[in-house]
Write a protein that binds this ligand. Structure first.
Ligand SMILES: *Cc1c(COP(=O)(O)O)cnc(C)c1O
Length: 232
């Protein structure tokens, strides 16, 4: 398990180097260690090495894993949230990065109201306009912002992006810049604060930090390659 601690240390070092390069403080950037597909034992080893914040992308997997691990661990949800999993997800996760439609936001608000919760969320934006991806289009998020802000249970704290897969980290930069600019425009137009930008994964998190990320979601660089899910 030594390599996990070494991996974590290297990622934290890269974060602080990129932050310095961007003129921001490393303390302003949170590392979310994405533990999907990795078992509780591996998560525990990374926790022992000092990491407290982890992210999962499937409610079912998280529900099985979280009770096996120390309660001091904080969990974020980063995957596509199915409406029938909202009630299970709300008590498990302190932040949902991936609210990807108004219909989902409305349903989270309804269930949070029933269950007496006040979920913190980010809006996932599909800046590149890829048809196959979940997320608000930049135009729709603008048009729906009033309605989103009228959902009393939701605390909307920022934006999230998953850019198109690319070999080169630099290919993501234009999307990170667009997300930050959209954030700035929304803050101005709606007179609000959206301080959190969730952007950057193993391949491109250093570029994301240079462009203003406050949350980076890193899996492979910490845990190693994921097994491909078995076909049924
Ligand atoms: C899996 C996943 C990550 C982590 O990806 P890596 O390339 O392994 O760092 C980040 N964000 C989301 C939404 C994911 O599903």
């Amino acid at each position: 398990m030594d390599d996990l601690a070494a991996n974590l240390k290297r990622v934290l070092m890269q974060i602080s180097n990129s932050a310095r390069k961007a003129g921001s403080s490393p303390d302003e950037i949170e590392l979310v260690a994405i533990s999907k597909t990795h078992d509780a034992e591996k998560v525990h080893a990374v926790y022992e090495a000092g990491q407290v914040l982890f992210g999962e992308s499937r409610v079912q997997e998280a529900r099985a894993k979280i009770p096996e691990l120390p309660s001091a661990i904080r969990w974020h949800f980063v995957g596509h949230l199915q409406k029938n999993k909202i009630r299970q997800a709300l008590p498990l996760f302190e932040l949902i990065h991936s609210v990807d439609s108004f219909a989902l936001a409305k349903e989270i608000n309804r269930i949070a109201d029933e269950d007496g919760m006040h979920p913190r969320v980010l809006l996932e934006v599909n800046v590149a306009g890829e048809g196959s991806k979940f997320g608000f289009k930049p135009e729709t998020v603008r048009a729906e912002m009033e309605s989103l802000l009228a959902l009393p249970r939701l605390s909307i704290e920022g934006l999230m992006i998953i850019p198109p897969l690319a070999e080169e980290a630099e290919a993501s930069r234009t999307f990170f810049v667009q997300l930050r600019e959209l954030r700035d425009a929304l803050e101005k137009e709606f007179d609000l604060k959206l301080p959190r930008l969730s952007m950057g994964m193993t391949n491109d998190f250093t570029v994301a930090i240079e462009e203003g990320a406050t949350l980076v979601r890193v899996g492979t660089a910490i845990f190693g390659e994921r097994q491909r899910p078995k076909r049924k």
